[in-house]
Write a protein that binds this ligand. Structure first.
Ligand SMILES: CCC/C=C/C(=O)SCCNC(=O)CCNC(=O)[C@H](O)C(C)(C)COP(=O)([O-])OP(=O)([O-])OC[C@H]1O[C@@H](n2cnc3c(N)ncnc32)[C@H](O)[C@@H]1OP(=O)([O-])[O-]
Ligand SMILES: Cc1cc2nc3c(=O)[nH]c(=O)nc-3n(C[C@H](O)[C@H](O)[C@H](O)COP(=O)(O)OP(=O)(O)OC[C@H]3O[C@@H](n4cnc5c(N)ncnc54)[C@H](O)[C@@H]3O)c2cc1C
Length: 659
């Protein structure tokens, strides 16, 4: 006899008469039918392993036990790599990302940095010989590494890092030193307890001169005992807002000697006699960060998809208040206010993914040409990776918090999974370049392009002036033009501010600092333009069935209007927008909310996120929210006995004390 599968009647209704093929959207997001099949096989392979399941929710474990438990699962996952149906590379990608990996390693993967930064740093910064020496060991997990750059005193300002690597031509070694407390490395993931090697970024001194920061391969711990090597002072930095089992650590050096060959010398070298050989571009040593910024865009998008799926399903199960006097309480999703909270982030997941795909393609093209010595694409790659990393992470963090709020009190439970998702997304605002700092990097590129009339593909619009009348057209293509005018207009305002500051007698650096508010606005408008343009163009170019195209076009239109309504001042200022245009866009926006509302559950279903990946009683496919919340509460250690021992110790004496 087959067991009947429960499905909440409201969700069941939402799923009836879906006008589009959900599987087609799933394939579109996965990058093809075969990719979907592979992903599903991999998920079944990993998620069906009983040893990878948690005996108790992580929240109830101590800080140290959480780490040990996540490390246990992480190592087990590595053992499973060899037999994975998706092949090692695909499996690793899935396990390191915010999707499948987070279903198992909920609090953070203690060996993530090995794959996300250590191996990419070896590949991007090491010579062929150095790669031959360390890469195989790294792939075989004979060594586990991290990327140690940030210090207690400096994260953003890399030129200010204090760790010193001084070349000694007599012994042909570098001497690593942390000259002060603020020179201690602070933050690198996996550094606290897991890694035994690190790529360490340090100021290179040779022949009495500082040549700036360079990457060094450094062994931190004994390969057998795991004890720190002499002169290495290493530990964990303690609990954080999220990602608590990433064992972020600290690291100091007390005159640690390493052979000359451990400077990663792909781009610059120190010869035996101490002669320094410069790289073709001084920023090539920043390459590992560029790679991770590209990956972050994809990661925060997957996290946003999870948050939106949880909030959307819950909002269709949850009934509250009275919409029509005397009627049954409505699904909270039927309030326009709730649609306004959830449908823009739902649409954003598509916009961000399509922009992130463009960035990934640019990364690969630029990297291939840089391997041939051609650096032409580097400024555009740096500009776009900073712009999209900053935009996707900050918007996603705000959207995730809105999703949490949209679930009322239950969204505040740890088991809702919002705290973890938020902890991960908001971290991405800070790591890999704090967003404000990245916006200012983008602005530097925009101002330079506009003034010098030269720049890469992503900023071409700043060189080619718009021709023809500046009318307001509210078709998607017309709206892209409005965004373009805003981006150009805000760059011009920032430049005017810079010039104004110069006229006031400010030195260039002061003129820049006093124009920061305008510069950041311009950079944000540029990033938004890129996302909006990618969204509109990608839909035009893709081979989609009419029903799928129809729903994705509605989402696209909703999203690009949402941002205009959100920042209408910029559009009045720079794009000729009039009150009537805004009112027209406003009414189009609310019509779109109503038009998309009936398909919200079907759209999130098409993300095809398994319950284990969502990790939330509020977002499960079956909508059995209340029972699942109760089941979660039953796991609390406080519910294992009717009376807790602390009652006898503390509360009872107080109750009897007649205060
Ligand atoms: C899972 C995640 C774990 C997390 C890990 C981490 O967080 S790891 C830690 C992550 N930590 C961080 O992310 C730290 C964030 N901080 C930084 O990345 C840098 O200190 C900086 C970029 C803010 C400034 O650097 P600066 O003072 O050296 O530079 P400047 O401003 O004087 O500009 C000079 C020129 O260089 C150009 N240029 C700059 N960068 C790049 C690049 N990557 N590529 C190419 N070009 C680049 C720039 O455009 C400009 O060009 P122009 O106009 O002259 O043609
Ligand atoms: C979860 C997590 C994981 C991390 N993992 C790693 C890792 O694996 N390896 C590693 O090396 N590091 C890692 N980091 C460190 C991270 O890269 C830095 O924290 C980040 O680059 C910001 O630097 P900071 O902490 O020095 O901030 P600060 O630069 O001190 O920022 C403080 C404030 O000053 C502002 N500010 C700074 N400079 C400017 C400026 N020029 N103009 C205007 N405003 C400015 C910032 O916007 C911010 O508001 C991690 C951090 C986190 C949170």
């Amino acid at each position: 006899m087959t067991k009947e599968i429960y499905e909440n009647p409201d969700l069941k209704k939402e799923r009836q008469n879906c006008p589009f093929n959900k599987e087609e959207i799933t394939n579109f997001l996965d990058g093809g039918k075969e990719k979907t099949t592979e992903r599903r096989q991999l998920e079944t392979y990993i998620l069906s392993d009983e040893q990878l399941k948690d005996a108790v929710p992580m929240e109830y474990l101590s800080h140290a036990d959480k780490y040990a438990e996540e490390l246990r699962k992480s190592c087990l996952l590595m053992h499973k790599l060899a037999d994975s149906p998706a092949g090692q590379v695909q499996t690793l990608r899935a396990l390191m990302g915010a999707g499948l990996g987070s279903a198992i390693l909920k609090e953070g993967n203690p060996i993530a940095l090995h794959y996300v930064m250590f191996i990419p740093a070896l590949m991007g910064q090491g010579t062929v010989e150095q790669q031959a020496k360390w890469l195989e060991k790294a792939y075989n997990l004979n060594i586990i590494g991290t990327y140690a750059q940030t210090e207690l005193g400096h994260g953003t300002f890399l030129r200010g890092l204090e760790t010193k690597a001084t070349y000694d031509p007599v012994t042909k070694e570098f001497v690593l030193e942390s000259p002060s407390l603020t020179a201690y490395k602070w933050w690198p993931g996996s550094l606290g307890k897991t890694a035994n090697y690190a790529v360490v970024m340090a100021q290179l001194y040779t022949k009495g001169k500082c040549e700036g920061i360079h990457p060094f391969m450094v062994q931190l711990r004994d390969e057998e005992t795991h004890e720190p090597l002499p002169g290495i002072l290493v530990g964990e930095i303690g609990p954080k807002l999220g990602m608590n089992t990433n064992d972020n650590g600290y690291l100091g050096f007390d005159k640690v000697r390493i052979p000359r060959e451990q400077l990663l010398m792909k781009h610059s070298q120190v010869l035996e006699d101490g002669t320094y050989v410069k790289p073709t571009n001084s920023k090539l040593s920043y390459g590992t960060m560029v790679f991770v910024r590209v990956v972050v865009c994809q990661d925060v998008t997957v996290n946003l998809r999870k948050a939106v799926t949880i909030a959307t399903r819950y909002s269709c199960v949850r009934r509250q208040s009275e919409l029509k006097p005397g009627d049954r309480e409505p699904q909270v999703m039927d309030y326009q206010a709730q649609q306004h909270k959830l449908l823009p982030p739902l649409a954003a997941t598509f916009g961000f993914q399509l922009a992130a795909d463009h960035l990934w393609n640019l990364y690969n093209t630029a990297n291939n040409s840089m391997e041939q010595g051609d650096m032409e694409l580097l400024p555009d790659l740096h500009g776009l990776s900073c712009a999209l990393k900053a935009l996707c992470s900050s918007e996603a963090a705000n959207f995730v918090e809105t999703c949490r709020q949209s679930c009322g009190g239950h969204g505040y439970m740890s088991c809702s999974n919002f705290p973890r998702i938020y902890g991960q997304v908001t971290a991405a605002i800070t790591y890999e370049g704090e967003n404000t700092v990245l916006w200012l990097q983008v602005a530097r590129y925009l101002v330079k392009t506009r003034k010098e009339k030269s720049g890469g593909l992503s900023v071409k619009y700043l060189i080619d002036e718009e021709k023809g009348p500046r009318t307001v057209d509210t078709t998607p293509e017309g709206i892209v033009k409005l965004y373009r005018r805003v981006a150009v207009g805000l760059v011009d305002i920032a430049i005017a501010e810079l010039e104004n500051n110069s006229r006031k007698g400010y030195a260039p650096h002061d003129a820049w600092n006093h124009a920061a508010v305008h510069l950041i606005k311009a950079a944000q408008a540029h990033a938004r333009l890129f996302v909006v343009e990618s969204f509109v163009d990608s839909l035009k170019g893709s081979r989609l069935s009419a029903p799928v195209r129809a729903i994705l076009s509605q989402l696209c239109e909703l999203f690009i209007i949402y941002w205009i309504l959100d920042r209408s001042g910029d559009f009045f200022l720079c794009a000729n927008l009039k009150k009537e245009d805004l009112l027209q866009l406003n009414s189009k926006y609310v019509q779109l909310l109503a038009a998309i509302r009936p398909q919200a559950v079907n759209i999130v279903d098409s993300f095809d996120l398994r319950d284990e990946i969502l990790g939330s009683p509020l977002g499960c496919w079956d909508g059995n929210v209340y029972q699942r919340l109760f089941d979660e509460a039953a796991k609390s250690p406080l519910n294992q006995k009717n009376v807790h021992e602390s009652f006898h110790k503390y509360l009872k004496p107080l109750l009897k004390s007649n205060l």
